[in-house]
Ligand binder design. Structure first.
Ligand SMILES: *[C@@H]1O[C@H](CO)[C@@H](O)[C@H](O)[C@H]1NC(C)=O
Ligand SMILES: *[C@@H]1O[C@H](CO)[C@@H](O)[C@H](O)[C@H]1NC(C)=O
Length: 364
């Protein structure tokens, strides 16, 4: 029995001209959408191209306990200064109170001023408590060095087009002003990093005591997720140290081609309480971004933390982890608490959630 003839493909009936006209119409529309939504689109895709475009030139980093500063400087091809540079540590603070305590305790002996800017909204325009201001007594040990500023954020209404880049840029400008208030001047060292990107004390000491260091230097930090029990890799590169001059602008991106190896720690999502994870997961996304409610289930979050597993697509900037964890599965647990911040070891009981075997969190 002969099969019925298949119907002619309908597309054959549409004249080529139609596609041509469609293309002519769609092209400009796409361009228009791309133009008006550019910030949103680039923000969403930022992690895809916000990688260093070129590999860095690695500066070998030498350190051992009890070796003289003069010898260390010379090992790097630098020379000992008659006196150390002043050091300014500039951070834009969100809610990482425990890491701030660790950071400031580690760096306290070397830092002249701790310059800290805190906004009362997130950079996506959602109101945020002033966590530092309300916990300031916890940082009394550093009080005489603290220069604190509040950035008045703007609340963006649901669905509005508040541009996170613009708010971030405004906060960096406010930071430049605050650094000026703190008395920074040409020749001082300035650390530009997030709260959770902690240069090791010996790195800061080396750079403040040696002449001949590059004027801008990225810091290669060992990257951890949730705690020092889950070392990921050495991929963290955004933190920088600058020899300050009048043209220096506070930034948190690729600024030069040289990077100092093994210069500290970057502990992402290293929170004490489950509620802090939830804050970080929700406060930076508008309601339309938090797709499924069960993402915020505390026991689910707890399980993922203890497995060193991915906490899902929380934030665009955490897509790097997502890819990584997809590739290699959950992060292998480390039983080493060697070469981590000394303050953590000295206060092991208080910070046991950041140490091997301490993955259980309370709700807070
Ligand atoms: C460090 O050096 C000092 C003197 O420079 C010495 O007294 C001390 O024993 C050394 N410590 C270690 C651990 O080698
Ligand atoms: C943030 O601070 C500014 C200045 O103090 C204030 O006008 C504004 O209402 C505050 N915004 C929020 C969300 O608290």
């Amino acid at each position: 029995m002969p099969l019925p003839r298949p119907p002619r493909l309908t597309s054959r009936r549409i004249p080529r001209k139609f596609f041509f006209i469609l293309l002519l119409l769609l092209g400009p529309i796409c361009m228009f959408v791309l133009f008006t939504q550019y910030q949103k689109v680039t923000y969403f895709f930022r992690p895809l191209w916000d990688n260093p475009p070129l590999p860095f030139e690695q500066i070998p980093h030498y350190y051992a306990e009890n070796v003289s500063m003069d010898y260390l400087c010379r090992l790097h091809g630098w020379s000992l200064r008659p006196e150390p540079r002043r050091v300014f540590d500039g951070i834009i603070f969100s809610n990482e109170l425990d890491l701030l305590e660790i950071r400031w305790n580690e760096l306290h002996p070397y830092v002249t001023k701790f310059v800290i800017l805190e906004a009362n909204t997130t950079f996506t325009g959602i109101p945020k408590p002033l966590y530092f201001a309300t916990n300031r007594e916890r940082f009394a040990f550093a009080e005489e060095k603290i220069v604190y500023g509040v950035f008045p954020g703007r609340i963006s209404s649901y669905g509005s087009n508040e541009d996170p880049f613009k708010l971030e840029a405004e906060q960096r400008i406010a930071m430049n002003w605050l650094l000026h208030q703190a008395g920074i001047s040409t020749g001082d060292l300035l650390i530009m990093s997030d709260t959770d990107e902690i240069p090791s004390p010996h790195t800061v000491k080396l750079l403040q005591w040696c002449d001949g260091i590059p004027p801008i230097l990225h810091l290669e930090l060992r990257h951890y997720l949730y705690s020092f029990e889950f070392p990921v890799d050495y991929s963290s590169w955004r933190a920088t140290i600058h020899i300050y001059n009048h043209r220096t602008q506070y930034r948190h991106s690729r600024q030069t081609d040289v990077i100092l190896s093994d210069a500290g720690w970057h502990c992402s999502f290293c929170f004490r309480y489950l509620k802090e994870f939830v804050f970080k997961m929700t406060a930076y996304s508008h309601a339309d971004r938090v797709k499924r409610k069960e993402f915020l289930d505390y026991s689910r979050i707890q399980k993922l933390i203890c497995r060193g597993d991915d906490l899902f697509d929380m934030l665009p900037e955490e897509y790097s982890f997502k890819d990584l964890i997809k590739k290699m599965g959950s992060i292998p647990r480390s039983a080493s608490a060697v070469h981590i911040p000394a303050y953590l070891i000295e206060n092991a009981e208080k910070f046991k959630f950041l140490l091997p075997g301490g993955c259980l969190r309370s709700r807070g």
